[in-house]
Design a protein around this ligand. Sequence first.
Ligand code: ZN
Ligand code: ZN
Length: 251
Amino acid sequence: MKYHIDTIPVWDAYHEGGECPLCNLENRIEKSYVESFLGGSVMEPDTRIEVNQIGFCPHHFKLLYDAQNRLGLALMTHTHLKEFMEKFEKHCNAVLKASKTRNASTLSSIIKGRKEIQQLTVEFEEWLIKQHEQCVICNRMSNTMNRYAYTILYLWDTEKEFKKTLEASKGFCLKHLLLTIKISRETLPAHKQALWLADVIPIEIKSFQGLEQELFQFINKFDYRNQNKPLGSAKDSLPRTIQKLTGKFID
Ligand SMILES: [Zn+2]
Ligand SMILES: [Zn+2]
């Protein structure tokens, strides 16, 4: 797999600081994708086709709904719903047809009918799970995040200044550490994958140790004897720890 590099947003995300530059980037692109789907300009026909086919996951439907362009969202949802219903009815009709074979008269046709309904139920279940989870915004975000993770690996491999910046950073949240490992496996030769791990793992351990100490300091502040002790950077250690563990910003 080959990805295009996109260095400017990656440098910006490192300059922004925080627990994970890929969280900074993900947060930014999510906002811009949600806005673009509800923007004043009419969506490209290709995008409309994609939305009609795929729709949005629960999380992104909620973000789109909260963005307050109810007419735009209602129009998109209506055409998606119509396309969904066509496929839904096809699946339902197949399941209903098979379920009628319960009234079959011979033993072999009853067994055959049972197998068929079991098979169709599994297929129907899998199809419903897919409908529930698939999402145009998630797909786009995933492609872009792969590209950013690849850019980080590329810059780490080719630019000394970037390597220094990365080593002075707090590493990544778990979700995005995993992403960099996956992209390194897909794009780098084995010896470079090993070098990446050798560079990034000590940064992660140091970063987790720092968070643990800050969180401990935050907890101790609740003891009245420590009321006057300054908290400093430990003040927001709880949301930063949650972000580090999950890849989600807590506002
Ligand atoms: Zn992250
Ligand atoms: Zn989504």
